[in-house]
Ligand binder design. Structure first.
Ligand code: FE2
Length: 174
């Protein structure tokens, strides 16, 4: 909410941010097998990348639970929950805020990493959200490669999308 308030004064948007923020990890405590079972029972598609790294499933299961049990139908909220781990190409404002906020959360994230990330934020410039996400996606990809883990294709698509947007805006400036 704090992060969002720097960039928007729209009460309806801020309410969506609050709900998405509160609910984004609704399925976080579920074990991999429970996540697989839930997906199978509810027809949630489970790709190879998700089978290989089950932590990437909790956002989709969480969004489904929130939609079913709390009857939340706002796509902004549901997508913010769905894509808070991997990001995606074409992220909206609520998604961007929840994605960043999740990565700079003080109780679980490394203080140095939080500082390096927030250095990209400029509250007078909404495009700084994109630069911050690009930094986070690059950091994730580097980390995942160093650890020889599976790269989720959606993270790569998101990264390419933000790089393209950056290139296009620089091109326009010239
Ligand atoms: Fe999460």
């Amino acid at each position: 909410m704090e992060l969002a308030q720097h960039f928007s004064q729209d009460e309806a948007v801020l309410k969506e941010v609050a709900l998405a923020g509160l609910l984004h990890d609704a399925a976080k405590s579920m074990r991999p097998q429970a996540l697989f079972d839930y997906c199978e029972q509810h027809g949630i598609e489970c790709s190879d990348a998700e089978r290989e790294s089950p932590q990437t499933l909790h956002p989709f299961v969480g969004a489904h639970m929130v939609q079913q049990e709390l009857e939340i139908q706002s796509l902004d909220i549901l997508n913010a929950i769905r894509y808070h781990t991997t990001g995606r190409a074409g992220m909206g404002f609520v998604e961007k805020i929840v994605f960043i906020a999740d990565k700079i959360e003080e109780n679980t994230r490394n203080p140095l990493f939080i500082r390096r990330t927030t250095e990209h934020l400029n509250f007078r410039d909404p495009t700084s959200l994109d630069r911050t996400i690009l930094y986070l996606l690059d950091s994730t990809l580097t980390f995942v490669m160093d650890k020889r883990q599976i790269i989720h294709p959606r993270t790569l698509e998101a990264r390419n999308d933000f790089i393209r947007a950056e290139k296009n805006s620089k091109h326009k400036e010239q």
